[in-house]
Every structure is written in structure tokens, then in C-alpha cells.
Design a protein around this ligand. Structure first.
Ligand SMILES: CN(C)c1ccc(C(=O)NC[C@H]2N[C@H](CO)[C@@H](O)[C@@H]2O)cc1
Length: 467
């Protein structure tokens, strides 16, 4: 119950700070804003966060192998990875960038690229960084040289890890980073220049789709719209300027504050300009963790109804924010314990919700645990069955509607001549591949991808059924 009380009180804090409540009016659909590939095709991204194991690893890299990536593709046909990187590893000392670390990240990126994946690099943090406690047991992400507690305490004896965010020393570490204290104007500049170093390394890597500037930002003593329109927007604008000074084409992903928004409350994140020549390549990348499930309920009975209500809030508020940012949407994280009742139904509902919004999805997380696709013993969890579904990896036009079922997929789009439409078809439901309702189809049995060449202009309604 302690956790529940904490989360509810924090939600109240956020809502009071924000002075807003979620409303469920019909939200605008994305006005044709989608993430595109180098040909200009619309990308529908489906993948995992890889991986939480990188948070505490000495080398700040995930404990996975190429065989793990091959198994993931064989079982689920994913085409995207939110790959965790750490500021502590990028910039181990102020102004010193670790090229050997970036080379190791590049090795991973190459593995994914060879398998047709799009990689988003996520500058990850939770509870600031390992420097918030002498034993380095609490946070991850930020280097110790950028961690200023000013002598304030951090009690690690907490019922849940999230409560560490409320510890005086952690609040102060964030307040110093955001320069709320006025004592450390240099820290945000270091962060932005660390991203410049990453972008300079990966700007020409065809597998790197873009950069997720900060995982689940926390404003410390500044919360809600004051945080998102203040220091968070400042960090994003400064970092975008540094990235664009070396990389004019990679997509840049912006997250709202986590608290409240993860649960479905509105974000106040303001429009942020992209100085690149040509159309902006700024995307909105919220996370989704429904509050009832965060409070320990299962996606069943009354809690399912309440969760579905918050999913409606989340969808409406995400589309409203995406509209304000003039940005496509990528759901950067969602996940739950797959051993719990109703878990597969929740995953199915979230994937369908994302399909309808034309949003990409990265599940949290790829680690071997009860939330992931494979547990500690390597045994597949129910996630594999519900995440392996037909989806259009790339669409030769602007999507209007996407609907997947176990044995069919219908993609409605306005063709624009950017290339053929590529569709992943899982073995379950499409053992012998698929048949296209129109166009010329080519089946790649090894990759389980049906490539369909349709007319290059006008409305296309492409239905795929089992061969
Ligand atoms: C108080 N604050 C700032 C807070 C509380 C709770 C979460 C959270 O559950 N996040 C959901 C998942 N995301 C991270 C990785 O990004 C995972 O460790 C969490 O389970 C985030 C922030």
C-alpha cells in the first residue's frame, strides 16, 4: 500500500503543479506526420528497449549477443531498437569523450543494421546517476563529476526505487543540472555537447534513425508545465542546436516529463524548432505505464475498465501534444509483468492503439525477465505470441489506417511513389507467407517479409491474407 500512497500523492503533486487534468475530448489525429526512411517511406517501428542491463554494466553496454538479436527477429520480426547509452560512458571526464565506448556502441549498431533494424540511441537515466549514493547502488546515467548533492542526504532504504527521486540529495542533483540552483550553468551545456559527440560519431550511420535526448526527465523541485516549458525545453533547444551543428538529418526524439504523463496526464512540452533545412525531424516519444497497473493491479475486471479509461486519456493527450509539436509519435516504453493475469490483453491493446495512431512502439524491455519476451531461463513468455503480429515495416505513402489481426492486415495509405510497402508476416497465421489484395507481391521467406509494389499515387487499401 505504501507504493500506492506514494504514487497517488505524486500524481496529485503533478496535477497541482500542472493545474491541469486529463480530458477525454476527441483529440486530433496526427496531421500526416510520420517518421520516414531515407527513401521517404513511412516507417512503422516495432521493437524493444535494449537493455536495462546496460544501466549498471561497467562498460555501459547491454548483456546480449548477436544470437539474441537473431532470435528476436526470428520470433517477432522486429525492425527497431531503443538502444540505451550512458552519459557517464560518453563523457567520463568533463570535455573528454570516450571514443572506444562509441566504437563498441557502433559495433552493436552494425549488428542491428545488418539485420535491417533502425536504431534510436537513448541517453538513459534513472534517478540521475550512480553518484547519488557512495555505493553507486541507486541511479544510472549521469557521470559522478556532474553529480552535485551539496551534502544533502539520499536514504536508499525505500520501499520502491521510484521514491529515491524524492530524496533531498537527488532533488538537488537535478536542481543543479537544470541550474534551478543557479550554481551550475555548465552542466546542461556539457550534456548538449556530449550529444554533439555522439551525433558526430553516428551522423552517417545508415542504421541510426536518431537520438532520444533524455530518458524520463525529472524536474527536481520544478515540476509540470514550469519544468517542461522551462529548463526541459531549454535543454532540448540547446541540444538540438549542438546536434544539428554536426548532423542535419537524424531524427531527434523528445520525451515529456515522466511523472503524470506516463499515466495519461497531459504534457505541457512546447513546440521546439528544428533548424535543419527541409522538413523538421523532431518526434515526440512519450512512455506509457497505466497508473492502475503501476499501483499493482492487473489488467482484469474493474481495473481493466479503469486502465482502458486512462489509455484513452493517454492517447488523446499524446496526439494533442504531437499536434502542438507538429511531430510524429513513437511510444518509447511500455511493458508489464507478463506472468500477471491480463498482461497479453494489455500488450495487444497498446499495440493496436499505436497502430491506429501511426506510432512506433518499443517495449520495455529486452532483458531476460518476467516482463520480457524471454525469461531468465530463456523460455519464451506470452509476450512473444502477442508481439509477433503482421505489421507494415515501411509504407510507400502516408498511412490513413492500419489494422492487424492474427491472420490479416489492412493498410490504407495515400501512395506517394517513395517505394514499395514491406510487410512482416509472423509464421503463426501466415505459415506460407501472404497474399496481397492489390499490386505485385514478392515473398522473402527467410525474413518473412512480403514486399508489395502498388500504384504510386492515390488511395491504396492493401489487405494481406495468408498464402
Ligand atoms: C518519480 N519519477 C520521476 C518516476 C517514477 C516512476 C517512473 C517509472 O515507473 N518509469 C517506468 C519505467 N521506465 C524506466 C526506464 O526508463 C523503468 O526503470 C521503469 O520501470 C519514472 C520516473
Amino acid at each position: 500500500m505504501k507504493r500506492a500512497r506514494w504514487i497517488v500523492s505524486l500524481a496529485a503533486l503533478v496535477v497541482l503543479a500542472g493545474g491541469v487534468a486529463a480530458t477525454t475530448r476527441s483529440a486530433p489525429q496526427p496531421g500526416g506526420r510520420f517518421i520516414t526512411d531515407e527513401q521517404g517511406r513511412t516507417l512503422i517501428l516495432r521493437g524493444f528497449n535494449t537493455a536495462s542491463s546496460a544501466k549498471g554494466a561497467p562498460d555501459a553496454l547491454p548483456e546480449l549477443t548477436k544470437a539474441d538479436i537473431d532470435r528476436e527477429y526470428r520470433d517477432m520480426g522486429t525492425n527497431f531498437v531503443r538502444f540505451l547509452i550512458m552519459w557517464r560512458a560518453v563523457e567520463p571526464q568533463p570535455g573528454t569523450y570516450d571514443t572506444k565506448y562509441l566504437d563498441k556502441v557502433a559495433e552493436w549498431v552494425r549488428w542491428y543494421g545488418e539485420r535491417g533494424y533502425h536504431v534510436m540511441l537513448d541517453m538513459h537515466q534513472d534517478v540521475w546517476g550512480s553518484g547519488v549514493t557512495p555505493a553507486g547502488t541507486a541511479g544510472n546515467g549521469a557521470p559522478t563529476w556532474a553529480t552535485y548533492l551539496d551534502g544533502l542526504p539520499v536514504d536508499t532504504d525505500q520501499p520502491t526505487w521510484e521514491m529515491l527521486y524524492l530524496e533531498p540529495g537527488v532533488i538537488r542533483a537535478f536542481d543543479n543540472f537544470w541550474n534551478t540552483t543557479g550554481e551550475h550553468p555548465e552542466l546542461m551545456d556539457h550534456y548538449a555537447k556530449a550529444w554533439k559527440a555522439v551525433a558526430a560519431r553516428f551522423k552517417d550511420d545508415p542504421a541510426v534513425l536518431g537520438y532520444d535526448l533524455m530518458n524520463e526527465p525529472w524536474g527536481g523541485s520544478v515540476q509540470g508545465p514550469q519544468f517542461e516549458t522551462g529548463p526541459l525545453a531549454t535543454l532540448y533547444r540547446t541540444t538540438i542546436s549542438e546536434i544539428r551543428s554536426v548532423d542535419s538529418d537524424s531524427w531527434i526524439f523528445l520525451e515529456p516529463q515522466a511523472v503524470g504523463v506516463n499515466w495519461g496526464l497531459p504534457s505541457a512540452l512546447p513546440y521546439v524548432d528544428d533548424p535543419r533545412s527541409g522538413p523538421p525531424r523532431i518526434a515526440y516519444a512519450p512512455h506509457l505505464y497505466p497508473l492502475p497497473l503501476d499501483l499493482g493491479d492487473d489488467y482484469t475486471a474493474g481495473s481493466k475498465d479503469w486502465t482502458d479509461r486512462t489509455l484513452g486519456w493517454w492517447r488523446d493527450n499524446v496526439l494533442r501534444t504531437a499536434d502542438r509539436l507538429d511531430a510524429p509519435v513513437l511510444l518509447g516504453e511500455f511493458g508489464l509483468d507478463m506472468t500477471r493475469p491480463g498482461a497479453s490483453d494489455l500488450v495487444d491493446r497498446v499495440v493496436r492503439l499505436s497502430e491506429r495512431a501511426g506510432a512506433g512502439v518499443a517495449y520495455w524491455s529486452r532483458d531476460p525477465w518476467s516482463w520480457g519476451p524471454y525469461d531468465e531461463s530463456g523460455t519464451a513468455t506470452p509476450l512473444v505470441g502477442v508481439y509477433a503480429r503482421p505489421y507494415p515495416r515501411a509504407i510507400g505513402g502516408v498511412p490513413v489506417d492500419i489494422r492487424s489481426e492474427a491472420r490479416s492486415l489492412t493498410v490504407t495509405f495515400d501512395a506517394n511513389g517513395t517505394g514499395p510497402t514491406e510487410i512482416y508476416l509472423p509464421a503463426a497465421g501466415f505459415p506460407d507467407g501472404g497474399r496481397a489484395s492489390e499490386g505485385e507481391a514478392t515473398w522473402d521467406a527467410a525474413r518473412r517479409v512480403l514486399t508489395v509494389r502498388t500504384k504510386t499515387s492515390g488511395r491504396v487499401t492493401l489487405t494481406i491474407t495468408p498464402a
